[in-house]
Design a protein around this ligand. Structure first.
Ligand code: NAD
Length: 380
């Protein structure tokens, strides 16, 4: 083998099940490196509860500074009941907001597709799943593009002087909306060419502003069908007929909520990966590729932490997204996705995606065993 190409990955295992789902993922990345001739160098960093315990703050300045130097960031999850009583600015979840804004990763891509092997783990009836599928197959394949560094999560917030009222602010600039819409349109262009803007324009001024921006930006994408939906209707349509959606673009708050809803339709929140991308022209971009932060969409799941039962597939698939978006390794990303498919074909299930009705065709395995099975499938 010739000279190996090196990549540096900032690794934040985090709290709860975070380290449990990260461990098999780095083993799989190492196997990809061995197979295809790369070296992934991990720089382990503290953020969230772990960082609070060791340094008193959820996102130490050094963590952000080192992450900025790396080629990409892979995160497990942060948070847990131990830190829930801390004031807002000291809570573990603050680290997520700080990393996302500090790295400028404004577009959060959350693909949600129903794999045929997990049909039984999806709570919807066939009627809902085939409603928009002319081929009659019970499935859906959608992508939620969530704005990640603006809106309610970053707006001004506070309490009144008498402590009897509190407020958060939804504020979006034209630029913040336009850039995430363009990410959505670029994604739709290589998918089924449909983009739905989800908002609450019947009530919120900020949503009406989103629609104004979208009406103008959409003119640059005449091949793509643009539609608009109120978020309450979207929440309903997702369970009535998820196949109608291709790309959904929405704000930080709505994207957070809708993607958890969509995740359940895929079988479990443990299945869903995500990629958060910055701008290719940002100073943190490397070789014209945007800065990327990759994480499963689930949290630290304190209720199942330490039991070796967490589903690692969302994190493993997040690593595949990292290879695709940050390192332009399409073949390698597809190899990980194929390995996940192989283990699901073989009937392996963590308990969150197991179905009682499937009987002997399913084998329930733990986090470690699931990781090893994907590793083996990849190496074959
Ligand atoms: P959660 O996603 O951690 O858990 C919700 C439910 O899904 C739980 O029943 C959990 O057991 C289950 N679940 C989650 N991931 C799973 C997996 N991989 N395999 C199997 N089951 C899984 O959400 P929560 O309970 O609302 O939050 C717990 C903590 O995580 C909180 O402190 C919250 O703030 C934090 N959180 C962090 C992130 C993040 O780090 N990106 C995201 C969401 C929540």
């Amino acid at each position: 083998m010739g000279l190996l190409t090196n990549y540096s990955i900032a690794l934040v295992p985090g709290d709860g099940i975070g380290p449990e789902v990260i461990e098999p993922t780095t083993e799989i990345l190492d196997a990809v490196g061995d197979k295809y001739g790369y070296v992934f160098n991990y720089v382990e960093l503290e953020a969230g509860g772990k960082a609070i315990d060791s340094s008193g703050e959820p996102l130490p300045a050094s963590t952000l500074a080192v992450a900025k130097e790396c080629d990409a960031l892979l995160l497990g999850a942060v948070g847990g009941p131990r830190w829930d009583t801390l004031p807002g600015h000291l809570r573990p979840e603050r680290a997520l907001l700080g990393l996302r804004s500090g790295l400028g990763v404004f577009a959060n891509l959350r693909p949600a597709a129903l794999l045929p092997q997990l049909r039984a783990a999806c709570p919807l009836k066939d009627g809902a799943l085939i409603a928009s599928n002319p081929d009659g197959k019970p499935s859906f394949d959608l992508l939620i593009v969530r704005e990640l560094t603006g809106g309610l999560y970053f707006g001004e917030r506070g309490r009144s002087d008498d402590g009897k009222a509190a407020f958060d602010t939804e504020r979006y600039s034209w630029n913040e909306i336009e850039r995430v819409l363009r990410v959505g349109y670029a994604a739709a262009a290589v998918r089924r060419k449909k983009l739905c803007l989800v908002d609450k324009a019947n009530v919120l001024e900020s949503s009406r502003f989103w629609r104004e921006v979208c009406a103008l930006v959409s003119k640059d994408y005449p091949d793509i069908e643009t539609s608009y939906l109120y978020v309450d209707n979207c929440a309903m349509q997702l369970i009535r007929d998820p196949g109608q959606f291709d790309v959904i673009v929405t704000s930080n708050l709505f994207g957070d909520i809708l993607s958890d809803e969509a995740s359940v339709l895929t079988g479990s929140i443990g299945m869903l990966p995500s990629a958060s991308l910055g701008s290719p022209t940002d100073p943190l971009a490397k070789d014209g590729r945007p800065m990327g932060m990759y994480e499963p969409i689930h949290g630290s799941a304190p209720d199942i932490a330490g039991q070796d039962i967490a589903n690692p597939l969302g994190t493993i698939l997040s690593a595949a997204m990292m290879l695709r978006y940050s390192f332009a390794m399409e073949t390698e990303a597809a190899a990980i996705e194929a390995a996940v498919n192989t283990v699901l074909d073989a009937g392996l299930r963590t308990q969150d995606i197991a179905t009682r009705s499937a009987g002997d065709s399913e084998k329930i395995v733990g986090t470690k065993a699931m990781g090893k099975a994907v590793l083996k499938a990849l190496e074959q």
